[in-house]
Design a protein around this ligand. Structure first.
Ligand SMILES: C[S@@+](CC[C@H](N)C(=O)[O-])C[C@H]1O[C@@H](n2cnc3c(N)ncnc32)[C@H](O)[C@@H]1O
Length: 264
């Protein structure tokens, strides 16, 4: 099968290649959420914002959650629907979605939160989460940590070459990251190349760099209590996630994990 290249994002528009590039065979991300729901207490009606391929939805649905997945990529949603018939999926934007019903848990994993680049976009997303959560419900997010970049530059040095093989074809990528200080964004240029292409396919992404105090402010402003904010351990953190882990509040690691509870 040929990849979809008329795309805003090569990986999210080619879900099978996405899963191959970022495998999670042990379902660590989904288990992390389940463990936090058990630790902090919430019901089992779950909305996953930026659900991607639906692999987390499939894990949760298999453990008694009623799951809705939301993503702005029609390719991701189509793939998720096929792979996880036990959940509902919708194509929608995290900054403007309106769904019927209410949820006990909203998740936003692997830095999807940081696609809200401006304060207005963050306000809009947190308002959407607040409106879709029951009182006492949890918003669980896992993302890059803006504070990590205060003093750490290793992620920004040089270019990174990687490759993923899918359907017998090797897709090579060359990635460069840099900080756009004025807009408080981590920007990425990734050039994809594979046999038969005349020139590399350039892709651009950006993530908001959010700092702990800023997150507390946004949470408070939108009627959320900060139940937990930690850097280690986590599903994509240096220290692997485990269920009964003590949560580190140093917040100097490269991942940030956030558990917010909707106040009354
Ligand atoms: C890094 S992927 C994470 C996928 C999945 N949560 C996981 O952990 O494997 C981010 C996802 O967010 C989606 N996304 C990006 N911007 C979005 C937006 N404004 N509204 C909804 N989804 C968005 C992308 O299409 C992509 O599937």
């Amino acid at each position: 099968m040929r990849p979809n290249i008329i795309s805003a994002n090569f990986l999210t528009d080619n879900p099978a290649i996405y899963e191959q590039r970022f495998p999670d065979p042990e379902h660590v991300a989904a288990r992390f959420v389940d463990d936090l729901v058990n630790r902090f207490g919430a019901g089992r009606e779950l909305l996953d914002v930026g659900c991607g391929t639906g692999r987390d939805a499939r894990y949760w649905a298999g453990r008694g959650y009623r799951v809705t997945g939301l993503d702005c990529s029609p390719q991701m949603v189509a793939y998720a629907e096929e792979r996880c018939p036990a959940a509902n999926f919708v194509v929608a934007d995290m900054r403007s979605f309106r769904l019927p019903g209410a949820f006990d848990v909203v998740t936003c994993l692997d830095s999807a939160f940081l696609y809200c680049h401006t304060n207005d976009e963050l306000d809009a997303f947190l308002q959407r989460c607040h409106d879709h959560l029951r009182t006492g419900g949890l918003l669980i997010a896992e993302m890059r940590n803006g504070a990590f970049f205060l003093g750490n530059t290793e992620l920004l040095d040089g270019v990174q070459d990687q490759a993923v093989v899918w359907d017998g074809v090797e897709y090579r990528s060359r990635t460069r990251l840099w900080i756009d200080h004025a807009n408080q964004l981590l920007r990425r240029e990734r050039r994809w190349d594979w046999p038969g292409r005349d020139e590399p396919l350039p892709q651009h992404s950006a993530w908001r760099l959010l700092f702990p105090q800023e997150l507390r402010h946004f949470a408070d402003r939108h009627g959320f209590e900060v139940v937990a904010m930690f850097d280690e351990p986590g599903p994509r953190a240096e220290t692997p996630w485990h269920r009964d882990a003590a949560l580190s509040t140093r917040l100097s690691g490269d991942r940030l994990h956030l558990v917010l509870r909707r106040n009354g």
